[in-house]
Design a protein around this ligand. Structure first.
Ligand code: 13P
Length: 288
């Protein structure tokens, strides 16, 4: 199946009260593990690519070609969207050109007027080309240079303003943070989420920072309009832990255990298990 925009799968998820997972990719093993799990579980899936990961994988064109070829070679028939995560204005245009099927324009750090102007322009371009567009209001916290910033809560009025521009999905900050949550994290602000949900009508909402959010909070967020949940760090932690175990057990020193196809296999299996676990919680299994 060709790459699809995320619009339809998210509208179905919102109406059906489940969420589609966005799993960020970093390399071939990541992409393969996520696609195979989605196919096995008959779940729609969104492959997220940050600008940094795009650069690491030798550019967005390399990523698009790898994903498209893998979908064909692995006979993937479930809907797959290839999505730019936290795109800059310039990054959005690069991904449109490279053949992504979905982009996120993160204009949350611009003054609201500038965020509105740039988002409006991108809405028109994406409509014309059949891509889905995600916008963000209220920045998502996270670790930057070793300092963990608290997640900001979005202003519901600003969310409505951006939603009304015609974006397909909206990420609203509700106290969520990228990376591991600190011990003193106050949890998601359901008050903010409920207020945003009431303002934006049927717009699918996006929950960033999916790593480490307790299951009951995830389920409550879905009941309040969240239809897309982003997960990145959790797959990285699972991969690193499985790889460390393999090396610590000395398996790379046994026979041909140093062969990357063997060395990276436990990590790939750990990504698959993590994706499966998340898909079970999100309720998207069998929804392809
Ligand atoms: P985590 O790394 O916390 O799972 O967040 C992922 C994310 O929100 C990507 O946009």
């Amino acid at each position: 199946m060709a790459l699809v925009s995320a619009k339809e799968m998210l509208e179905k998820a919102r109406a059906g009260k489940y969420a589609v997972g966005q799993f960020n990719i970093n390399n071939l093993e990541w992409t393969k593990s996520i696609l195979q799990t989605a196919q096995e579980l008959q779940a729609p899936v969104i492959l997220g690519v940050s600008e940094g990961a795009g650069k690491y994988m030798c550019g967005f064109k390399t990523v698009t070609n790898m994903v498209k070829a893998m979908i064909e070679e692995l006979n993937i028939t479930v809907p797959v969207a290839l999505h730019l995560d936290h795109g800059s204005y310039e990054g959005c245009y690069k991904c449109i050109e490279a053949g992504f099927s979905s982009i996120m324009f993160d204009g949350s750090h611009f003054p609201i007027e500038e965020n509105v102007a740039k988002t409006t322009e991108l809405v028109n371009v994406c409509r014309e080309k059949g891509l889905s567009l995600e916008a963000e209001v209220g920045s998502i916290g996270g670790e930057e240079d070793g300092v963990v910033g608290a997640g900001e809560c979005a202003d519901p009025e600003e969310c409505k303003k951006i939603a009304d521009l015609g974006v397909d999905m909206l990420a609203a900050g509700i106290g969520n943070i990228h990376g591991k949550y600190p011990a003193n994290w106050k949890g998601l602000s359901f008050e903010t989420l409920a207020a945003v949900n009431e303002k934006v009508g049927e717009m699918p909402l996006v929950l960033h920072g999916g790593t480490g959010i307790p299951t009951d909070m995830i389920k409550k967020a879905i009941s309040l309009g969240v239809a897309k949940i982003n997960v990145n760090t959790e797959c990285q932690l699972a991969f690193a832990e499985a790889t460390r175990k393999y090396v610590e057990e000395g398996k790379d020193l046994q026979g041909k255990g140093f062969d990357p196809r063997k060395l990276l296999a436990p990590g790939a299996a750990a990504i698959k298990a993590t994706v499966k676990e998340k898909m079970e919680i999100f309720g998207c299994i069998g929804k392809a």
